[in-house]
Design a protein around this ligand. Structure first.
Ligand code: GAR
Length: 322
């Protein structure tokens, strides 16, 4: 199994979702571990439970009225010191500053007690009951600066029964939350290793470049530039090619000197791909947690330039000068 994701959980209160995440992480095949539980309330009961379960806890002082920026700076530092790569909000009842969200963009999830996009914010169960909805439910979503508006990663609907009060419904929704959150988090942190997901990310970046078409190379997915008949491959995905352990992106480097230099300097990122290396293809390992997709975009563009017909590269230069 790939190295486990390092998840920090942020709570404000009871922490029953936190507990569900901790207990799910005890399974030998769980792709994440909980490396820290913290939050905005040093007296949160969930912190005591986490500590009793042997999970590292940071009891940060409550943010003061004027100390919001300082609190989130401390929180950010605490998360980094714990080596967290993913943040799971679990009943963390505080609006996050945009800069904090930005820093953890794509790596921070939240659980919300409604079927989003319905009922963002508070009092979700009362609002569902008042509206006469047949179901309440819960959602796990990515955190973006707008509250409860990020991409929904998973949901469970929970039937509303006659006589339900917000409290009764909340308790039943929590049962669903405890099933949903560990599963969605596990899937989310695993996708970095999924060749299909990796290919979709590369496709989104490669397709932004002019005159790009899909083409295979000995059965591997690739991207080519230029008119269909003469289109030239500039990027290929080598998925565990000939027994290699990586899902690699092959791009055109300037030659063997540059390739050996890069591989020596950053052996975790670059490698010499079997067969393809001999014809000037450099491989970048993509089945990692910490892929820098901006860097991948730069390599794709560079490789595109190396392979595009002069007519297109001229156009690109003209557009840059403009
Ligand atoms: C959960 O129901 C969670 O969905 C909700 O707070 C509760 C925390 O319970 N979160 C929100 O309302 C976020 N806006 P817990 O402390 O027992 O996990």
């Amino acid at each position: 199994m790939a190295e486990r994701a390092r998840v920090a959980v942020l709570i404000s209160g009871t922490g029953s979702n936190m507990a569900a995440l901790i207990y799910a992480s005890r399974a030998a095949d769980c792709p994440y571990e909980i490396v820290l539980v913290t939050g905005d309330n040093p007296d949160a009961p969930g912190l005591t439970l986490a500590a009793a379960e042997g999970v590292p806890v940071a009891r940060l002082p409550r943010p003061t009225k004027d100390g919001r920026a300082e609190f989130f700076a401390t929180l950010d530092r605490t998360l980094r010191e714990a080596g967290a790569d993913t943040v799971a909000l679990a009943g963390f009842m505080r609006i996050l500053p945009a800069e904090f969200v930005e820093r953890w963009s794509g790596r921070m999830l939240n659980i919300h007690p409604s079927l989003l996009p319905k009922y963002r914010g508070l009092d979700t169960h009362a609002r569902a009951l008042e509206a006469g909805d047949p179901h309440g439910g819960c959602s796990v979503h990515l955190v973006t600066p707008e509250v409860d508006a990020g991409e929904v990663l998973g949901q469970v609907a929970v039937a509303i029964l006659p006589g339900d009060t917000p409290e009764i419904l909340a308790a039943r929704v929590k049962i669903a939350e405890h099933q949903l959150y560990p599963r969605v988090l596990a899937d989310y942190v695993s996708r970095a290793f999924d060749a299909g997901w990796i290919e979709a990310q590369v496709d989104a970046l490669a397709s932004r470049l002019p005159e790009v078409t899909r083409k295979t190379s000995h059965g591997s997915p690739g991207w080519a530039v230029g008119p269909e008949k003469t289109a030239k491959l500039f990027a290929i995905i080598a998925d565990h090619h000939h027994g290699e352990e990586s899902v690699g992106l092959l791009v055109k480097a300037s030659g063997p000197d540059e390739m050996t230099g890069l591989i020596e300097a950053q052996p975790d990122l670059y490698y010499w791909p079997k067969y393809y290396g001999a014809s000037g293809w450099l491989a970048l390992k993509l089945n990692r947690r910490d892929v820098d997709w901006d860097q991948i975009a730069e390599w794709l563009e560079r490789s595109w330039r190396a392979c595009a017909p002069p007519r297109l590269t001229k156009l690109m230069r003209a557009a840059e000068e403009f």
